[in-house]
Design a protein. Sequence first.
Length: 323
Amino acid sequence: MEEQLLRYFSGELTVEERLELIHRIENDSRLKAEFIRLQNLNTVSQLSSHPSDRSEGITHFKIFASRIKRNAQRKLFVNITKYAAIALILVTSTVWTTMHLSDTFMEPTMNTLHVPAGQRAQITLQDGTEVWLNAQSTMKYPSRFSKKNREVEITGEAFFDVAQEKKRPFIISTQHINMEVLGTQFNVYSYPGAGYIQTKLIEGSLRVYQADNKNSSIILKPDEQVTIRGNNMTVGHINNPDHMLWRNGIYSFNNERLIVILEKLQLYYDVKIVVEDPEIFNVRYTGKFRQRDGIDEILRILQKIQPFKIMRDRENNIITLTK
């Protein structure tokens, strides 16, 4: 574990390895603070006047980490077992500080963060913007933003708390839609298999437009949502504010057909659900599930509302529901 932490702070782990490591961190605020403190120390250790000095910075950090182990900080390494449902993932470029201080030396690199099924993650971008990613979601983002704008690309579902910068708009691209903000909070639902894109605005203002036609746009106000199907945009009031509780590990459904809920569960848990008689799943349901309960437990709860049989093909990752 000690070696893994050193590899984490020196930027040698893949995104998947980082996620696996962070899942082992105890849900303890003091321990979390210590972990973040080491992250900050890692950043300081990499300060240099030129990107080529990065290896020297890594060496300095490893020396420093060894001293910490010898000076009563060993419990940080031996007590790490797991992390709470919300994975605090601060995935940044390993040379972010160098690039931030030395704009003229190198171009920003593109990073990709993918959240596996049944998980979620939080990330703080270089400008201070906070992003939460739901299960089966991917975000592409630069290690540092340009001087003109801040652009990221989303597939899946994400909640944004955008840092305000009047001179640099924040632009989110997802499928054929762009969203432009200066500082706001909103949720984007854009799974390719869902058949629609939906954005819910909590505060601030948000301009939504087709990527190839910025002139034909709409501006959302707080507590409004836009649903996009093809080229059609429909604006209305947010019908289920609790939907955004997914950031806290809770899936909330409000008067939704069971067949629609099953379609969302497929996306969240990366499993194929085959429904042999869709008509029996047209009943509507209002309720909440904990993400950590998993697909099997959620289906058992739904069985109490509408009786059905469950057949699980684990080899092919298929669940079949019948009368």
